[in-house]
Write a protein of this length. Structure first.
Length: 141
């Protein structure tokens, strides 16, 4: 993975973010959105403290909010053509819409695999875990 020679941040991250002079980190594609980097252990302790104060678990809320934000981020990162390729394959597999030829299916699967590998890279860079040991399979479900 290519990293910045000065700070060691992966270039995939630094190209997507603007570090402003006032300390704000914003997205290049959406300057009004802000980013923050934090140590996972610290934030986890904060969530546990909140759970103790309110007497109810919040992990499901945290996971859902991260899931939604990750989905929005991925939708911004990948162009509509790539997302349409995934949707087209899904419709074809579900028997909806026109079928796809063997060549089209191979091309769509190659595109989907490239997307999946990119998502794995992004998830690793942003600390969502290392998925490189997982096996990609030819099935959608």
């Amino acid at each position: 993975m290519d990293v910045c020679e000065k700070c060691g941040v992966p270039l995939m991250v630094s190209r997507e973010l603007n570090w402003e002079k006032n300390g704000v980190i914003s997205l290049t594609s959406s300057p009004r959105n802000r980013m923050v980097f934090f140590e996972a252990e610290s934030i986890e302790q904060l969530f546990r403290g909140i759970e103790e104060l309110i007497g109810a678990p919040i992990e499901h809320i945290v996971i859902e909010s991260r899931s939604r934000e990750t989905k929005r981020y991925i939708e911004r990162v990948f162009p509509p053509e790539m997302r349409e390729a995934v949707a087209r394959m899904a419709r074809a597999e579900d028997g909806e819409g026109p079928g796809v030829t063997t060549e089209e299916k191979e091309a769509l699967l190659a595109t989907i695999r490239a997307i999946a590998l990119s998502v794995i890279d992004i998830s690793t860079i942003y600390g969502y875990g290392d998925q490189n040991d997982q096996r990609l399979v030819g099935k959608r479900r």
